[in-house]
Design a protein around this ligand. Structure first.
Ligand code: AMP
Length: 620
């Protein structure tokens, strides 16, 4: 229960000090931290020493819910009622995730009515947001019990590559758990804050954050200047982590007949038992040379040397991603001043050795790698509560955002890697006389044609007063907030008609998909350029045809039938070339028509001026 603090000397009710906690909502484990006497501290379990809450939720037959260690114990006995790795499903559709369905011991379902994935437990269905909310509730209860006060405000961390729908899902989970989520911040930014890197506004440096958790690997390059954190690049693998180290051990035990391969494949409970033993072996080998285990069911053995040889190819994959992140950020190893280690799997000695030797640097690994992100989030919470000044957090948007313009072209409004929050406005107009409605389709991606990019949403700006094509002044504003959520506003400035949408797309993008989109934009650059110039030529030529036709209607009386016939011929010829795919032919026909019509337009203008001046005297 919340308590009301009373100052005993004055008898006044004291206002509770503002508290904004930091939460790391992880794939494998989650935790909550706060600032105690000026230092960030992760909250331990009641009467215990552990700060990590396994991100696992169990539902019993009566639909009672267990979260954390108690739920983890049920992985063996009730695999189909015990949910793990829910973070992987956040903001995703069934289509996005069905290829790793095998990896899950519980059921995810494809529901046509709702594109977002749901999880089935018994006869009930849960969304990833519902499930994450249960983890957040458990964390909220933990800190409220510890501090004996209510806690409402939080900063929650997400991977740097999370898109807007995944961020929004995380925010919604917070809301469902009764939390006011003041900020969603990137995990690497939080980790660097925990090391105090960038807190001093005079600090200028570039750092690497290497995050190897249970199931995922991310590397981020951050550039820090004047208290501003900028994510220069991110790379990684959403299916690489400590679980793969465990699997390498399991495979080894299978090959050496230490476990029963057949039983492993058909018996879920045996499988989970082996999984937990492999994890035990792995953590043991972080501090010992050999793992030896025997009970009535198992006799297991593996040496550190063997383990290191098994996982070396996996660690090399992470090094490869580091290399790519450096290339993307156009930064060389010598520009890096710190390498911050995050995630439980960075405790493996060979991981540390390989990363340190690749960057040629000592590592920042003194802070508990499981807690470092939550501690940084707590520091950010403290900043937001106004207790620490001079720290401003800034991230970048990973893919360009823009709208569709005539001919299906992508017009980028906020380019990839722009700092967020960010606000950009651009003016457009109509292409048809009297156009009353304008459809605004918002896309994300790097390709020139919107068809090759990802649609985030669309809306219609209605009731534009009838005006000739080209006269309305339509301003489109993209406002990307600090959490990476996009608001698109469209207004017709002459009439004040306005419309806006908040983009909460249904489909999440995985890091692989994002990488794929970027790669494709490079691979298709030449073809895209060709397409773009063809479409641009067509758009321009259509305008020329339109003007030529209007010109004839208005100035028929001024020209001989011959001239008018010639003009009509050239216009038809341009119309024909527009139908083809030859950009040069379009440009050539457009040039001929323009050259022919320029003197005619001059003549028409002279005539109009003479008419206007008729009967008027120019004052001396
Ligand atoms: P995280 O997702 O950051 O919580 O990391 C969890 C992963 O770290 C799991 O795969 C754990 O098995 C692994 N882990 C935790 N402690 C150790 C350790 N001492 N040695 C090796 N791996 C560990």
């Amino acid at each position: 229960m919340a308590k009301i603090p009373i100052n005993l000397s004055t008898g006044n009710i004291e206002k509770e000090e503002e508290l904004i906690v930091g939460i790391d909502l992880g794939t494998t484990n989650s935790l909550v931290a706060y600032i105690k006497n000026g230092n960030a501290e992760a909250v331990k379990e009641e009467n215990g020493t552990r700060t990590l809450v396994p991100s696992i939720i169990h539902f019993d037959e009566q639909e009672n819910i267990l979260v954390g260690d108690l739920a983890k114990e049920k992985l063996i006995s009730f695999p189909e009622r015990t949910i793990y790795s829910v973070k992987r499903l956040m903001g995703k559709s069934y289509d996005d995730v069905h290829n790793f369905e095998n990896y899950l011991a519980y059921s995810i379902i494809d529901n046509d009515e709702n594109a977002l994935v749901k999880i089935q437990v018994g006869s009930k269905f849960y969304t990833p947001v519902n499930l994450s909310a249960e983890i957040l509730k458990a964390l909220k209860q933990r800190i409220e019990k510890r501090l004996k006060r209510s806690v409402q405000k939080a900063v929650i961390t997400v991977p740097a590559y999370f898109n807007d729908s995944q961020r929004q899902a995380t925010r919604d989970a917070g809301k469902l758990a009764g939390l006011d989520v003041l900020r969603i911040i990137n995990e690497p930014t939080a980790a660097s804050l925990a090391y105090g890197i960038g807190v001093d506004p005079n600090d200028e440096r570039t750092i690497v954050v290497y995050d190897l958790g249970g199931g995922t690997f991310d590397v981020s390059i951050l550039s820090i200047s004047q208290g501003i954190f900028e994510v220069k690049s991110t790379h990684g693998d959403t299916f690489l982590g400590g679980d793969d180290f465990d699997r390498a051990i399991i495979d080894y035990w299978m090959e050496n007949n230490q476990i029963d391969a057949k039983k492993f494949n058909i018996n879920n409970s045996y499988k989970q038992q082996v999984r937990l033993l492999a994890e035990k072996a792995k953590t043991h080998l972080s501090g010992n040379e050999i793992y030896d285990f025997a009970n009535k069911d198992f006799v297991l053995k593996i040496s550190k040397k063997t383990f290191e040889a098994l996982i070396k190819p996996l660690v090399l994959k992470t090094i490869d991603a580091c290399n790519k992140a450096l290339t993307d950020a156009q930064i060389s190893k010598s520009d890096i001043s710190n390498v911050v280690m995050v995630g439980g799997s960075t405790r493996v000695p060979v991981v540390k050795e390989m990363v340190s030797s690749f960057f040629g640097k000592n590592l920042n690994d003194e802070i508990n790698p499981d807690e470092v992100v939550a501690l940084g989030a707590a520091i950010q919470g403290d900043v937001l509560a106004g207790k620490q000044k001079n720290v401003l957090l800034l991230d970048v948007t990973p893919l360009s955002l823009g709208i569709e313009t005539v001919g299906g072209l992508m017009d980028t409004i906020i380019p990839r890697n722009s700092k967020i929050p960010s606000k950009v406005g651009r003016n457009y107009t109509t292409s048809v006389d009297g156009q009353k409605n304008l459809k605004i389709s918002v896309f994300q991606g790097e390709r020139d044609l919107v068809n090759d990019n990802r649609k985030l949403g669309e809306f219609i700006l209605r009731n534009i007063p009838a005006m000739p094509a080209g006269i309305p002044k339509i301003e489109i504003q993209f406002i990307l907030d600090a959490d990476g959520i996009l608001i698109v506003k469209a207004s017709e400035l002459r009439s004040g008609v306005e419309q806006k949408i908040e983009i909460r797309s249904q489909y999440g993008l995985s890091e692989e998909e994002m990488g794929k989109m970027l790669l494709e934009s490079f691979q298709h650059a030449e073809e895209d350029l060709k397409n773009r110039s063809l479409l641009e030529a067509r758009n321009e030529a259509n305008n020329v045809v339109l003007s030529a036709k209007k010109f004839v209607v208005h100035n028929k009386a001024l020209f001989s039938p011959d001239v008018l016939e010639n003009l009509a011929k050239l216009t038809t010829s341009l119309e024909n070339s527009i139908k083809g795919n030859d950009k040069d032919a379009i440009n050539e026909d457009m040039k001929i028509l323009n050259e022919f019509s320029a003197p005619l337009a001059e003549k028409a203008l002279d005539f109009a001026i003479n008419e206007a001046l008729k009967g008027k005297n120019i004052a001396e």
